[in-house]
Design a binder for this molecule. Structure first.
Ligand SMILES: *Cc1c(COP(=O)(O)O)cnc(C)c1O
Length: 466
C-alpha cells in the first residue's frame, strides 16, 4: 500500500513514513494510491468480531508491511482495553430509525481516543525500531489535544506540544490537557482562534529547516493514520444494523471533516452508505457548501459545540481531491485560491456529484439546546456535538424513509456540563476516573499568535534533555 499527496507533487510513500510525516512536503494530505474494496463476503466475515479484532482487520488493509504479524492486532487490543465498555463503540437506539453510535467511552470521553490511543502505540513501536525521536505538534479546538496528550504522555520516543485557542475550549477540555504533568507534554494557549492555531501548526510544517531540526510530526486529523483508525466503527455499526444487505446513513457532527471523511472512506471501500449527513453549528461553511455550493470562510464564532468551531476544515481537501478525479494540480489550485481569497470555487458538476451523497445542516445554539432537552426528556443525555448530529439527521434525512441513520455520538455529556445544565437543568457528573479533575494542578503557557514565539517554545521543550 502506497500513499499519494492530494497536491500531486510529493513522491509516493509507505504507511510508516505517512504516519511519521503527517503532512506531505508539497503541503498536501496523504491518501491511499488505490482504495481497498471489500466484497459482500468480506463484509459478512467481519460481522460479529470483537471490536479490536475488527479494527485490526480493517486497519491492516492500510498499513502494508509496517507491522509484523500479530503486532497490529495486539496494539488494537491494548488500545481499546482502556475503554469503559466491552462493546467499545456501542449502538443505542433513539427512535424507530435513529441510533447513537457512542464513541465516548475512551479515556478522554470523546471519539478522538479511537484513533489516538492507537497512534501513540504505533509511533512508539515504529520509533523504537528506527531508533528515532520525534516532536509532535498539534492544534486543538478541544478534544484532539486531550486525546493526543493522553495517548502520548510518558512515551519514550516522543515529545508533544499542543496549541489550544486561549479561553475557547470548555474548562473540562482544557483541564484534561493542562493537568497532565508528564515531562514530555507541553500545553500552549494561543491568543487567537482555532484556525489561528491550525495555521501555526501548518506554518511550522512548512518551515522546512525547523521541521527537520525538530523531526516534527502531526497527530491532528491531517494524519492519515487517524482517518484509517476511524473507519472501523462505521463498519462495525453498519454491519450490526444489517449492512451489506441494506443501506445505512451516517450523521456526523463535523468540524475538521476527518470523522465524516472516515465514513466516506468506508463507503469508498464498498460499505453500502446511502447518505452522509454533515452536522454543523453556526460555523456553517460546510453546510453552506453542501446546500448551495458556497464555500466562503467567515470569522469563527464561539458556539456551544467548540470542537466544531472551525471554518477551514483541513480534511475537506481529501474529498476535494477525490471529487476532482484525483487531480493534484487542480486540488492545489483550489486550495491556494481558498487560502488567498477565502473562497473556494467548485464547479457546478463537481458540486452536484457531491450532493448526491452529502446532506448538510447548520444547527444554531438554540436548536442545539432544544435538541438536548428533547433527547434528555426521552431518557438520552447528549452532549452538544451529538445533539447537532441528531438535529441535522432530522433536518436533512436520507430520501429513503426506511434507511437507518447512525449518528456519531462524539463526546460524553459530562465533557460539556454547562451546556447540559443549561438544556436540562441537571449537571452531569464526571465519570469516576476524572472526578477530581477540578482539583488537579494545571500547567500551560500563554503565547501570542506569532510563529517565532511558538517555534521557540517548541524548540525549548524538545531540547530540554539535550
Ligand atoms: C473533534 C470533534 C468533532 C469534529 O470532528 P472532525 O473530525 O474534526 O470533523 C465533533 N465532535 C467532537 C466532540 C469532537 O471532539
Amino acid at each position: 500500500m502506497r500513499y499519494v499527496s492530494t497536491r500531486g507533487e510529493a513522491a509516493p510513500r509507505d504507511f510508516e513514513s505517512v504516519l511519521l510525516a503527517g503532512l506531505a512536503e508539497d503541503g498536501g494530505l496523504f491518501l491511499p494510491e488505490t482504495w481497498p474494496v471489500l466484497t459482500t463476503d468480506d463484509w459478512e466475515e467481519l460481522r460479529g468480531l470483537p471490536y479490536p479484532a475488527l479494527a485490526a482487520r480493517i486497519i491492516r488493509l492500510f498499513t502494508g508491511d509496517t507491522f509484523e504479524e500479530g503486532v497490529l492486532e495486539a496494539m488494537c487490543a491494548d488500545a481499546y482495553a482502556g475503554f469503559t465498555t466491552p462493546a467499545v463503540a456501542p449502538l443505542v437506539q433513539l427512535d424507530h430509525r435513529r441510533f447513537a453510535l457512542e464513541l465516548f467511552h475512551g479515556p478522554t470521553l470523546a471519539f478522538k481516543d479511537f484513533a489516538l490511543q492507537l497512534l501513540g502505540r504505533m509511533f512508539d513501536h515504529v520509533l523504537a525500531r528506527r531508533g528515532e525521536r520525534i516532536t509532535i505538534v498539534g492544534a486543538t479546538s478541544g478534544d484532539t489535544g486531550s486525546a493526543a496528550i493522553e495517548a502520548c504522555k510518558g512515551r519514550e520516543n516522543l515529545d508533544i506540544v499542543i496549541l489550544h485557542p486561549e479561553g475557547r475550549t470548555s474548562a473540562v477540555q482544557r483541564r484534561q490537557m493542562t493537568t497532565v504533568l508528564s515531562p514530555n507534554v507541553r500545553n500552549i494557549a494561543v491568543q487567537g482562534d482555532f484556525d489561528a492555531c491550525q495555521d501555526l501548526v501548518k506554518a511550522m510544517f512548512n518551515d522546512a529547516p525547523f521541521r527537520r531540526e525538530m523531526n516534527l510530526s502531526a497527530v491532528n486529523s491531517i494524519n492519515w493514520a487517524r482517518i484509517a483508525a476511524q473507519i472501523p466503527y462505521y463498519v462495525a455499526s453498519a454491519l450490526a444494523l444489517g449492512a451489506p444487505q441494506c443501506e445505512i446513513a451516517f450523521a456526523v457532527p463535523t468540524g475538521n471533516f476527518g470523522n465524516v471523511f472516515a465514513a466516506w472512506a468506508a463507503r469508498r471501500m464498498g460499505l453500502p452508505v446511502s447518505t452522509l449527513i454533515v452536522g454543523a453549528n453556526r460555523n456553517d461553511i460546510l453546510a453552506r457548501w453542501i446546500t448551495g455550493n458556497d464555500m466562503t470562510a467567515q470569522p469563527v464564532i464561539p458556539s456551544l459545540s467548540p470542537s466544531m468551531d472551525i471554518q477551514v476544515s483541513s480534511n475537506f481537501e481529501r474529498l476535494l481531491f477525490e471529487l476532482l478525479g484525483r487531480d493534484g494540480a487542480r486540488t492545489a489550485t483550489a486550495m491556494r485560491a481558498f487560502r488567498d481569497t477565502g473562497r473556494m470555487p467548485i464547479d457546478e458538476s463537481t458540486w452536484r456529484a457531491a450532493t448526491a451523497l452529502f446532506r448538510g445542516h447548520a444547527v444554531s445554539d438554540e436548536e442545539t439546546i432544544a435538541e438536548m432537552r428533547r433527547l434528555h426528556a426521552q431518557g438520552y443525555p447528549a452532549d452538544p456535538h451529538t445533539a447537532a448530529g441528531t438535529a441535522a439527521s432530522h433536518a436533512a434525512p436520507p430520501d429513503n424513509p426506511a434507511t437507518p441513520i447512525i449518528i456519531a455520538a462524539t463526546a460524553h455529556p459530562a465533557k460539556f456540563p454547562d451546556a447540559v445544565e443549561r438544556a436540562t437543568g441537571t449537571r452531569p457528573a464526571l465519570p469516576p476516573h476524572m472526578a477530581d479533575l477540578y482539583e488537579r494542578e494545571e500547567r500551560f503557557t500563554v503565547l501570542p499568535n506569532d510563529l517565532h514565539a511558538i517555534e521557540s517554545a517548541v524548540r525549548a521543550h524538545a531540547r530540554r534533555n539535550g
